[in-house]
Design a protein around this ligand. Structure first.
Ligand code: C2E
Ligand code: MG
Ligand code: MG
Length: 275
């Protein structure tokens, strides 16, 4: 595997490569054949326990393999460019849902580097938000820490133009890549989503929690709202609350929900795991 490196073949690699090829050809018809759908991962205010919005996550209902999570096909869609029409479909569907929510509830959508590289990305995004009459201030765009670093000035320009239109930005998977503090300060973002891997160690291991504690302190001084991803245990929840994290997502609070089930969470007064 290149100079001074070896890589050992494992049968799982062949399986992964075969699956990749298979998915790649099938994915292009998935859009046309209505095999994609969205689920929504609630955002929970960690002080009040109320659901304050949700993140749209795409799912592929494969005719043979059943539901396939985004983590398995988004990278393939990115490499083939299919992420562009798929991203437009996601935005359209998600905005159609959000248009029915009461104003003030957040809709968050993920976008890839390939999408923000499209010359008309900003125009098309703004056009879709206008068309669905969703208040731009209720829409959050998530871009990963890695995209932010790799795209550099292009990311800054896109973020600036969309923020001028009133939309908000979140850095997704923060703490998993190599975004320096100065890079973070340079990008005018609103929210910091702390990566699940950092949250996993939080509470259980005092060394491991230093990263999350530091991120929370830093976000506080930069006046960014903090979102913890992938909360699975009540210890993590308690520690995050204790250290002032604003918002949480994760299986402990809720699994990703169908649109109708999410609507019930919005109207239901009972807080989620508020104890
Ligand atoms: P993400 O935006 O960081 O989304 C969080 C992922 O973690 C989701 O996986 C979600 O189901 C999972 N998750 C949330 N809470 C927990 C938890 O408590 N425990 C565990 N084990 N997992 C949890 P998913 O849906 O497979 O998405 C993976 C990634 O694919 C997303 O990461 C996002 O970067 C990307 N993605 C998803 N939907 C879209 C989309 O519509 N467009 C684009 N461009 N990317 C998308
Ligand atoms: Mg996300
Ligand atoms: Mg994430």
């Amino acid at each position: 595997a290149g100079k001074g490196q070896i890589r050992i073949f494992d049968p799982a690699m062949r399986l992964a490569a075969t699956k990749h090829l298979e998915y790649r050809s099938e994915l292009s018809s998935a859009l046309e054949q209505d095999q994609l759908r969205l689920v929504y991962m609630p955002f929970v205010d960690l002080r009040t326990g109320q659901v304050t919005g949700a993140e749209a996550l795409v799912r592929w209902h494969h005719p043979e393999h059943g539901d396939i999570p985004a983590s398995e096909f988004i990278p393939i869609a990115e490499r083939s460019g299919l992420i562009v029409p798929m991203g437009e479909w996601v935005l359209d569907q998600a905005l159609a849902q959000a248009a029915r929510w009461r104003p003030g509830l957040y809709l968050s959508v993920n976008v890839s580097a390939v999408q923000i590289r499209q010359p008309d990305f900003v125009e098309r995004f703004v056009e879709a938000v206008d068309r669905h009459r969703v208040p731009p201030g209720d829409v959050v765009i998530e871009i990963t820490e890695t995209t932010l670093v790799d795209e550099g000035d292009r990311a800054t320009e896109t973020i600036n133009r969309l923020r001028e239109e009133g939309l908000r930005f979140a850095v997704d998977d923060y703490g998993s890549g190599y975004c320096s503090l100065s890079q973070l300060q340079r990008h005018p973002v609103d929210l910091l989503k702390i990566d699940r891997a950092a949250i996993e160690e939080f509470g259980s291991d005092p060394q491991g929690s230093t990263l999350t504690r530091t991120i929370l302190q830093m976000a506080d001084s930069l006046e960014l709202l903090t979102v913890a991803e992938g909360i699975e245990t009540s210890v993590q929840l308690r520690e995050l609350r204790r250290h002032g994290c604003d918002v949480g997502q994760g299986y402990l609070l809720s699994r990703p929900l169908e649109a109708h089930a999410l609507a019930r969470r919005f109207s239901g007064a009972e807080p989620v795991a508020a104890s």
